[in-house]
Design a protein around this ligand. Structure first.
Ligand SMILES: [Fe+2]
Ligand SMILES: [Fe+2]
Length: 299
């Protein structure tokens, strides 16, 4: 069924506003899902393929590491107590994502040691602006920082939506649905905060686009490749960025469908202040889909 892009965009925005878990202003007050409440008695290891298990192990490490990101954000927004409260709650949810994915992976593969993999990841992967005490945003402004955060949530919401749709194992499907819901809500949280900061900071649409594209490009930096390595490579295997980036992307990109790509581009446009159903929007969705398809073929 064909849905015009402007209607799709409006529906997305309306959906984000009206979803029950979105009905908050600055604080997340609804009851969050729990790891204990997952349908563990339905766990079906026989319905898990090794490639899915490998990328979920990697995702668990990245998600579980969110506390460092929150500490950095709290330094950047040191005088915004309301946003700091939300950032800390956000980090708790991201850490829970890691714990849930790690618990699932540990039950599917009892030989896997989540804590050991996490220690390996933290030892080998460090981000400079998380490690130092700098209170300035590396994005050049606070609204730029929030644009970058929106981009991460665009990536995670589409990723878990795609995996949740594609996998057959019922517990992982449920975890991904829960996480995807959280990631959409996180996008809304940072989008609303960005709008507040835009009222006082002079970051135009193209400035936001520059930050957004920069952050999207960083998705192919070391973080995911190193997480894949730390979670899956033999203990004596040396790290090679190109190798493990390919190992990760080969497995991760296959889940995406056109619907996830279209929605992700709409969310990027929304964060940057550009209108949907325009030639640039159509070109962006076409280009994103072409890039994804090319990478899948090259893998
Ligand atoms: Fe997450
Ligand atoms: Fe998130």
């Amino acid at each position: 069924m064909y849905i015009p892009k402007d209607i799709l965009f409006r529906t997305l925005c309306q959906g984000l506003r009206n979803a029950p878990e979105m009905r908050y202003k600055h604080r997340m007050t609804y009851e969050h899902w729990t790891i204990q409440g997952l349908p563990w008695d339905e766990l079906s290891p026989g319905r898990v393929d090794p490639d899915t298990l490998a990328i979920i192990k990697a995702a668990a490490l990245v998600e579980y590491n969110a506390r460092d990101y929150a500490d950095y954000l709290c330094r950047v927004f040191a005088d915004d107590a309301v946003l700091q409260t939300d950032i800390n709650r956000w980090a708790e949810e991201e850490v829970q994502h890691g714990a849930a994915l790690g618990a699932w992976a540990g039950r599917i593969d009892p030989s896997w040691d989540f804590n050991a993999a996490m220690a390996r990841f933290r030892t080998g992967y460090k981000i400079d602006h998380f490690a130092n005490d700098n209170a300035e945003s590396v994005r050049g402004s606070r609204s730029g920082e929030l644009v970058a955060r929106c981009m991460v949530e665009v990536g995670t919401s589409s990723y878990y939506t795609a995996i949740g749709r594609a996998v057959e194992e019922p517990v992982l499907k449920q975890i991904c649905r829960h996480i995807a819901g959280d990631e959409f809500r996180h996008y809304k949280l940072f989008y609303d905060a960005m709008k507040r900061y835009l009222a006082t900071e002079n970051l135009g649409r193209f400035g936001r686009l520059k930050v957004a594209l920069g952050r999207i490009a960083e998705s192919e930096d070391d973080e995911l490749a190193y997480a894949y390595y730390a979670a899956n490579a033999p203990a004596d295997a040396p790290y090679d960025r190109k190798t493990y980036n390919r190992e990760y992307t080969t497995r991760a990109y296959r889940y995406y469908g056109r619907a996830e790509v279209d929605r992700a581009i709409s969310m990027v446009f929304k964060a940057c202040g550009f209108k949907p159903n325009t030639l640039p929007h159509r070109m962006a969705t076409g280009t994103a889909w072409w890039l994804l398809s090319s990478k899948r073929k090259a893998a």
